[in-house]
Design a binder for this molecule. Sequence first.
Ligand code: FES
Length: 123
Amino acid sequence: MYNDKVMEAFAHPKNVGFIEDADGVGKVGNASCGDIMEISLKIKDDVIVDAKFRTFGCAAAIATSSTATEMVKGMTVDEALKLTNKKVVEVLEGLPPQKIHCSVLAEEAIKKAIEDYRSRQSK
Ligand code: FES
């Protein structure tokens, strides 16, 4: 059901874990399947220098979070806010239609982690 790129990202996921001294953390749940995704970001001068994820989600959630966390490293927070699940799925050369909802988890968790970063900044 998955293409080779997705299988590779699932079998050897990058950035699994949690950044203990993260500058922003975002945790989201998937309404359709109940799975959870947490993304932690290390940010210096508004640039994402590290990103990690942990999830109870499926293979598609793992593959898209691995890819999304790789993509946001080196981006400014404004650039990362524009990263959509569609772009991540494009990099992975597609997901089965019934698995698209899984790719939304990474996008939403990154956005939430950036919101958390910004709220910590304004304190
Ligand atoms: Fe829940 Fe994919 S089925 S994240």
